[in-house]
Design a protein around this ligand. Structure first.
Ligand code: HEC
Length: 189
């Protein structure tokens, strides 16, 4: 009797162990979800939203406009020409949204990183994203990406981390927002 009981306990334990090993639990994250979670951690810690999510004036002062997360410089905010700075150590100016920047490189507008296919990164592949961050050129083959996009810093990320960041950015809500092209430096106009 005692032998049978021990036998059945052993059998149950063995069966449970096999079930645990071969049947994935219903809520175990997929590799894609694991990558997106790592990407979210990296994108958050690296402050990508600081420039790519427009700031708005809230009840307690400036705050990120979360309805436009990662959508870049708002298309309806047409900026007047950037002020010409007097000679001296001041070098750059920035819009209150933190999405338009002017300096010796001209005026640059932060890109739409949401998965909108027409105005964001919806048609990009992970390879396009990796090539952009590694080379500092649009999709790795287009024009050079201007300051203050921190290419000198982000190009040091591992390819795996870049892919994780892309997976996360492709998972945020798409926002249709056409960002203007950069303007040349005032002196060259
Ligand atoms: C200090 C501001 C700033 C920060 C922080 C920043 N960016 Fe940018 N980013 C820009 C600006 C400005 C542009 C547009 C430059 C241009 O038009 O040449 C840009 C462009 C890009 C582009 C190129 C889009 C294209 O169409 O070629 C990608 C991709 C990008 N940023 C991703 C990121 C990611 C990912 C992070 C976080 C690691 C990040 N950015 C952080 C300012 C910033």
């Amino acid at each position: 009797m005692k032998k049978m009981l021990i036998g059945s306990i052993v059998l149950t334990t063995v069966l449970a162990a096999i079930a645990y090993a071969v049947v994935p639990s219903a809520d175990a994250p997929t590799p894609a979800q694991v990558a997106a979670a790592r990407g979210k951690y990296l994108v958050t810690a690296m402050g990508c939203a600081d420039c790519h999510t427009p700031m708005k004036l809230g009840p307690n002062g400036p705050e990120p406009d979360l309805a436009r997360s990662f959508s870049g410089h708002p298309s309806e905010l047409v900026m007047p020409p950037a002020p010409k700075l007097p000679p001296g150590p001041w070098m750059a100016t920035v819009a209150a949204t933190m999405t338009a920047w002017s300096g010796p490189w001209g005026t640059s507008f932060t890109a739409n990183l949401t998965p909108d296919p027409e105005t964001g990164l919806g048609k990009w592949t992970a390879d396009d994203f990796v090539a952009t961050l590694k080379t500092g050129r649009h999709m790795g083959r287009g024009r050079e990406i201007l300051p203050p996009m921190p290419i000198p810093a982000v190009k040091n990320l591992s390819e795996e981390d870049m892919r994780a960041m892309f997976a996360y950015l492709q998972s945020v809500p798409a926002v249709k927002n056409l960002v203007p092209d950069p303007l040349p430096p005032a002196d060259a106009r």
